[in-house]
Design a protein around this ligand. Structure first.
Ligand code: HMG
Ligand code: MG
Length: 298
């Protein structure tokens, strides 16, 4: 049977964008419930400046509070060596560095140019790999930038290639503002796959224009087998004005399982997690799939 790997980013990409910061206990409960539902790679926090993203403060306590679980990897974002050191101290076995394909976004998000960020990641990769910690890479704004508009494909390819060459085992291509369409997604994947192995690419789509599922399907057809998603479609990026949530994990489970592609996720349990987190955030963000399944006669 075909299978797809879903990387759950709700506890990081989701919560980082919420006006209300959740307690460490609630964040731990969210991550553990996601693992109970069958998610195997879960981004649980970010070791970034709490002045820049207050919602991710106390990520060390979240990571420390998560018990070891066979087959489950908890990861966290690290923007620099300071973040990596905190992640290592908290026991992370995998971290992610994040670059952008647009200069304007790089400046707004991490306060440096693309070239400076790549230079900054080199010692992070060296130290993490030395410690036996796997590193994933992100490229933001692969299909458009909130500040500078269109982003040339070769720019995305160059950053993707740089992260892969540095030692990232996988590079997640982020349509941070959700402006991508399936044709553009296909062309982007093909161009990146000329530079790095297709098996090292992941797709990260936001649903601002309702295109996320269509873009995931296009990327799947182009050969991508790893996708980031967020329970209940939580998310956005604090440095990406107007961008809405990530594609909802429940929509991807429905999409893939419906085509006979295994996700390993129990949809009923996942829907319970969506209700749990929506209640905690006092939000009515239920995805279309969740609403439709709930309304279906038993
Ligand atoms: P800076 O101000 O240039 O940093 O920020 P600095 O090195 O000059 O240090 C300034 C202060 O920050 C110092 O503290 C440092 O100790 C502290 P002070 O002496 O003033 O008290 N500091 C840190 N504190 C905690 N953890 C750290 C850290 N590093 C320095 N790691 C920095 C540069 C990168 C730190 C800042 O810009 C930052 O934290 N940015 C994070 C932004 C962020 O998290 N954005 C959201 C994630 S990206 C995203 O969502 C996109 C993605 O989902 C993909 C997609 O959707 O496309 C991945
Ligand atoms: Mg994102």
């Amino acid at each position: 049977m075909n299978s797809v790997r879903l990387v759950e980013v709700g506890a990081r990409d989701g919560l980082q964008n919420e006006a209300r910061s959740l307690s460490v206990d609630t964040r731990i409960a969210l991550v553990e419930r996601l693992a109970d539902a069958g998610l195997r790679t879960i981004e649980a926090g970010a070791f970034v400046s709490p002045r820049w993203v207050p919602q991710m403060a106390d990520s060390a306590a979240v990571l420390r509070g998560l018990g070891e679980r066979h087959g489950v990897t908890y990861t966290a974002l690290v923007p620099n060596l300071q973040g990596l050191d905190m992640a290592l101290a908290a026991g992370c076995r995998e971290v992610a560095v994040f670059a952008a394909a647009s200069e304007a976004f790089s400046q707004k998000n991490i306060n440096c140019s693309i070239a400076q960020s790549l230079k900054r990641f080199e010692p992070v990769l060296a130290k993490a790999l030395e410690a036996g910690v796997a590193v994933r890479g992100y490229v933001s704004c692969v299909l458009g930038c909130p500040f500078s508009g269109a982003v040339p494909v070769p720019q995305v390819v160059a950053v993707t290639q740089a992260l892969y060459a540095m030692g990232c085992y996988e590079v997640s291509l982020g349509d941070t503002i959700g402006t991508g369409t399936p044709g553009a997604t296909t062309r982007l994947i093909q161009a990146c796959a000329d530079a790095v192995p297709l098996s090292a690419l992941a797709g990260h789509f936001h649903d601002t224009y309702g295109m996320a599922v269509a873009n995931v399907q296009a990327a799947w057809q182009a050969g991508v087998r790893v996708f980031d998603s967020s329970v209940s479609g939580l998310g956005g990026c604090p440095y990406s004005p107007g961008a809405t949530g990530n594609v909802a994990t429940e929509e991807l489970v429905y999409l893939f399982e419906g085509q006979g592609i295994a996700t390993g996720v129990d949809l009923a349990k996942l829907l319970e997690v969506a209700v749990f987190i929506d209640n905690r955030l006092q939000r009515t963000g239920e995805s279309r799939v969740a609403k439709a399944l709930r309304a279906r006669p038993q």
